[in-house]
Design a protein around this ligand. Structure first.
Ligand code: ZN
Length: 142
């Protein structure tokens, strides 16, 4: 069984791997576990996504005032469509959750950090197009 953290309510769902793809819904809030939309996280749900997901988690640390972040947003969404359900893509607003950004040593945005099994695997600062995000992530996962 895979543990998949709900992108909406952060409940931990146990899902058979063959069902993770498109059909699985959260047992608590009933939303689709994978919708092609990056999850919007706060400090608490970020910690839970990193700690509890069986699948790798890619976090985009961004802020509303950051032009390159806004340019990258649709690219990050395209990457989510390409990578789900093998990888969870999510965003953290560093203005809304500055302590979470500081805890992960975010010095410039956008910065993406890839986590697996609760550990940081790779990070990348600066905006990238979707194809490059997907390639970078596949290289990092090996
Ligand atoms: Zn839920």
């Amino acid at each position: 069984m895979l543990e998949i953290v709900c992108p909406n309510c952060a409940a931990v769902n146990r899902v058979p791997p063959e069902r993770a793809a498109s059909s699985a819904r959260c047992g608590k809030c009933k939303v689709a576990l994978f919708s092609g939309e990056p999850a919007e996280l706060d400090a608490a749900s970020l910690a839970r996504h990193i700690a509890r997901n069986s699948i790798p988690v890619l976090i985009d640390f961004w802020a509303d005032w950051c032009g390159p972040c806004k340019m990258m947003a649709p690219e990050f969404r395209k990457a989510a469509v390409a990578l789900e359900p093998q990888v969870r893509l999510a965003k953290l607003d560093t203005e809304a959750a500055p302590s979470a950004a500081a805890a992960h040593g975010i010095r410039s945005i956008p910065t993406m950090i890839l986590f697996r099994n609760g550990q940081e695997l790779a990070r990348q600062s600066g905006a990238m197009p979707a194809g490059q995000i997907v390639q970078w992530l596949r290289d990092a996962l090996g």
